[in-house]
Design a protein around this ligand. Structure first.
Ligand code: ZN
Length: 162
């Protein structure tokens, strides 16, 4: 997926500009997700969406790269806030696990409980960010989501279980 950020960042919308309402983003996200579930099933859809997020995370990770983990994570937190994806809060960091909360999540914050977690893209994104730094595959899942009745979005990355 290398080079895609460069391609899609070229915007020519002299009257409308670069911002869109959050509802438009969520409509794209959720309608695509629902349709994918119909076609390939829940598991297939979440895997595909997570994979896409992972690729983006790797791209962004290579843009923000820093040898020192703390500095790198700091840049990631700033990026996620500046891009208005959410407020990333590291919860736990050990050799085995990284847990991050995503407050004000772009996708699920404020949503009612629909009985399932929907932020597979964000989970993949965090995994890609980590993979870009540790240079190996990691496993990830969304452990909390506003859409499943939690009051925050949270992602777990398991470092040694690819
Ligand atoms: Zn969520």
């Amino acid at each position: 997926m290398a080079g895609w950020i460069e391609v899609i960042s070229q915007v020519r919308r002299p009257q409308l500009g670069e911002e869109v309402p959050l509802l438009v983003f969520r409509a794209f996200r959720v309608f695509t997700g629902i349709y994918l579930e119909e076609i390939v099933g829940d598991k297939g859809a979440s895997t595909l969406i997570q994979k896409a997020g992972r690729e983006l995370g790797k791209e962004v990770g290579s843009m923000l790269k820093d040898e020192k983990l703390e500095a790198y994570l700091g840049k990631v937190v700033d990026f996620v806030k500046d891009a208005k994806i959410g407020l990333l809060v590291p919860v736990e960091l050990t050799e085995e696990r990284l847990v991050v909360a995503l407050d004000e999540c772009i996708t699920c914050s404020g949503m009612p409980d629909i009985g399932k977690r929907i932020c597979h893209f964000e989970a993949g994104f965090v995994a890609g960010i980590v993979e870009s730094h540790v240079k190996r595959r990691v496993r990830t899942y969304e452990s909390k989501c506003n859409a499943s009745g939690d009051h925050i979005c949270e992602v777990v990355v398991e470092m040694n279980h690819a």
